[in-house]
Design a protein around this ligand. Structure first.
Ligand code: PMP
Length: 429
């Protein structure tokens, strides 16, 4: 049997890269098959090493909200390259970026740049612990906040049991400080705070979850969480690494009208270059070195390429009607998919906010991780491959959200729907 170009590349990659990939979900472990090796991308399209075109709804897992290789972003990076790649000293571009974000999101009074989303959440948690002098943290089942030790923890068998690591290599001694609760569950929240509230340093959550496919929690859940954190002096951290500047210019905090104490960002703010950030209330942020005793640092933090790419991107995001246009594109695709599933008599549920959407083979929209796990992943995987075969690149996992970019045209979306019609049809047959 002759191997495809991707199969050859995958085998080669596996010789010196664990599993052939530098981040696990790229290996297509959930959906099966061989990952597509990408040679380049432009606008809404990615091209494999043989020049095959895919309409891309992953967008590098979120950053590519303008589409790939946007000319203004690429020009900004080229100019930045000519001036040198990193200095380990402050630049005016870092101030520009901080001012931009603080202007858009009023509760960001101080902000610190880092190099990834993982670093942003890890640092925000250390800061919350340093600020409150408490150890325990709360996270929610199905939310992902990067791969730092405290956050790779799931709930024990009972709701409020001591956390157990979900990854080997995370000491149980670390995990025991993490309480994991079911997402979007007000009763669980209330009883956790009744029991431990005054011991919680912080609660961290994805305000709209995008790492268990996509789950939009209730307004009441958010209101209750904000009230309980305030009452018990726990720092409320919105992890907006994915939702920031994605579900709307002001992110999920604005969507729900909630003011968190700290927020974390990544992905979009670097336009595709490695970046992360955490920021919020001045009083809390002033605990970070060099102002305060919570240590946090980074050789490449505030990298000039990332800052200048991010600035070019913000120039586009802040133009009038950007998010209205983006939302209309997402709605057109998602409503179209929903209608086609109906036509084929397939149980299907979908949701979307701004440029982010979730697709489930289920009768109803999941409300939490348990519901997501009950959706039909076998059908999802079949659908994924039927679409991929036709040149449509959806998130290669039933547990990830997908993303729209402003570069996707009506034609791209219509072409996607024609392919979906066929893919849904094949599911029945
Ligand atoms: N938080 C959220 C909500 C994320 O979606 C991710 C990555 N998908 C992270 C944190 C971690 O970011 P990074 O992969 O840049 O470390």
């Amino acid at each position: 049997m002759t191997l495809t170009a991707d199969q050859v590349l995958f085998e080669k990659a596996k010789r010196h890269i664990p599993g052939g990939v530098n981040s696990p979900v790229r290996a297509f472990a959930g959906v099966g098959g061989t990952p597509v090796f990408v040679s380049r991308a432009k606008g809404a399209y990615m091209y494999d090493t043989e020049g095959r075109e895919y309409i891309d709804y992953v967008g590098s897992w979120g950053p590519m909200i303008l589409g790939h290789a946007h000319p203004k972003v690429i020009d900004a990076v080229k100019l930045a390259c000519d001036d040198g790649l990193s200095f380990g000293a402050p630049t005016p571009f870092e101030t520009t970026m901080a001012d931009l974000i603080a202007d858009i999101i009023p509760h960001i009074e101080l902000i610190r740049m880092v190099s990834s989303g993982t670093e942003a959440t890890m640092s925000a948690i250390r800061l919350a612990r340093g600020y409150t002098g408490r150890d325990k943290i709360v996270k929610f089942e199905g939310c992902y906040h990067g791969h730092s030790d405290s956050l790779l923890v799931k709930a024990g068998s009972g709701m409020l049991d001591i956390g157990e690591p979900t990854s080997k290599g995370v000491p149980a001694d670390f995990a025991k400080h993490t309480v994991t609760l079911p997402y979007n569950d007000i009763d669980a929240l209330q009883s956790a705070f009744d029991k431990f509230g005054d011991e919680f340093a912080c609660v961290i959550l994805e305000p709209i979850a995008g790492n268990m496919n996509m789950v939009i929690p209730s307004q009441e859940f958010h209101n209750t969480l904000r009230e309980l954190c305030t009452k018990h002096g726990a720092v409320l951290i919105f992890d907006e690494v994915m939702t920031g500047f994605r579900v709307g210019l002001r992110g999920a905090s604005h969507h729900f009208g909630i003011t968190p104490d700290l927020s974390t960002f990544g992905k979009i703010i670097g336009a595709g270059l490695p970046v992360g950030a955490f920021g919020g209330k001045r009083e809390i942020m002033e605990c970070i070195a060099p102002l305060g005793g919570v240590y946090q640092a980074g050789t490449l933090s505030g990298n000039p390429l990332a800052m200048r790419a991010g600035k070019a991107m913000f120039d586009e995001l802040t133009r009038p009607n950007f998010y209205e246009e983006l939302t209309a594109k997402t709605a057109k695709l998602v409503n179209g998919l929903q209608a086609l599933a109906g036509k084929h008599g397939i149980d299907f549920a979908s949701c979307h906010v701004g440029g982010m959407f979730g697709l489930f083979f289920a009768k109803e929209l999941p409300k939490n991780f348990n519901d997501v796990a009950c959706a039909d992943t076998k059908r999802f995987n079949q659908f994924f491959h039927a679409m991929l075969k036709q040149g449509i690149y959806l998130a290669p996992s039933a547990f990830e959200a997908s993303f729209m970019s402003i570069a996707h045209t009506d034609d791209d979306i219509e072409r996607t729907l024609v392919c979906a019609d066929k893919a849904f049809g094949e599911l029945i047959g």
